[in-house]
Design a binder for this molecule. Structure first.
Ligand code: FPP
Length: 237
């Protein structure tokens, strides 16, 4: 027995991390590449980070892939992002081999039929995975999500006195999941951009100037170290 045993670094891992994958366009511009190259690099990085989160035992990761406002982008760019998504979904290995349980959150209704089918396949194929729960926010908007929850409550005929915070939470896309503990936004922007606005009520935030395609596991580790220095009081003292 050695006299001294180096104590393994003890740290608390957030249960749920949510990331805004921002800065793909600027990453491409810096390299005089088309924006599509930025999204391709961003998508590759997304896969690496999801794999890393799975490896370290994170329970939930939510990434913002396409917002309800992103339809305003040029049609070519929208098509490009949808094609990246198609390629990702077609590669079933992404979920099966890695034991990652994937779920899409957002209003999937306006998406092309083939994408909807690929999503349904990906979700059912990974249904029994026991590793990371990966939420991909697609055509997602926090206000849209809350509006839909209210519509459902009204359609279900609930009366005002029956409505609690849980009534709303249970009708969001993330029903049954823990709220995000930590929201990470790279690329030097300091906004939530309609992302998980209900669920983020008590989240901690971490911002960085690094553009998403350059955001590596080492940056995530730095963010996790910082999380461990935070003192979360949830409104208490
Ligand atoms: C924001 O960067 C990024 C997006 C709106 C798209 C993100 C999409 C991906 C990374 C691909 C997703 C793919 C899968 C498989 C989930 P920006 O374009 O707004 O960058 P900018 O602010 O520098 O212009």
């Amino acid at each position: 027995m050695p006299l001294f045993r180096k104590k393994e670094k003890e740290r608390v891992l957030p249960r749920h991390i949510a990331i805004i994958m921002d800065g793909n366009g600027r990453w491409a511009k810096k390299r005089s590449l088309p924006r599509s190259a930025g999204h391709a690099a961003g998508s590759k990085n997304f896969k690496d980070i999801a794999r890393y989160c799975n490896k370290i035992g994170l329970e939930y990761l939510t990434v913002y892939a396409f917002s309800t406002e992103n339809w305003k982008r040029p049609q070519e760019e929208v098509n490009n992002i949808m094609n990246i998504l198609r390629d990702y979904l077609k590669d079933a290995k992404n979920f099966k081999d890695e034991n990652i349980k994937v779920k899409f959150i957002g209003n999937l209704e306006p998406l092309d039929e083939d994408i909807k089918e690929l999503i349904a396949d990906a979700e059912s194929e990974s249904e029994n995975a026991t590793g990371l729960h990966l939420n991909i926010a697609l055509n997602y908007g926090g206000r849209d999500e809350i509006t839909n929850a209210v519509k459902r409550i009204i359609k279900e005929g609930l009366s005002a006195e029956d409505i609690t915070e849980e009534t709303i939470s249970e009708r969001l896309y993330t029903a049954g999941q823990p709220d995000p503990d930590y929201i990470i936004r790279p690329s030097g922007e300091y906004r939530l951009s309609n992302y998980l606005i209900w669920q983020a009520a008590y989240a901690e935030y971490w911002f960085s100037d690094v553009l998403w395609p350059d955001f590596k596991p080492a940056h995530l580790e730095k963010a996790l170290d910082e999380y461990n220095r935070r003192n979360r009081r949830f409104g208490g003292i």
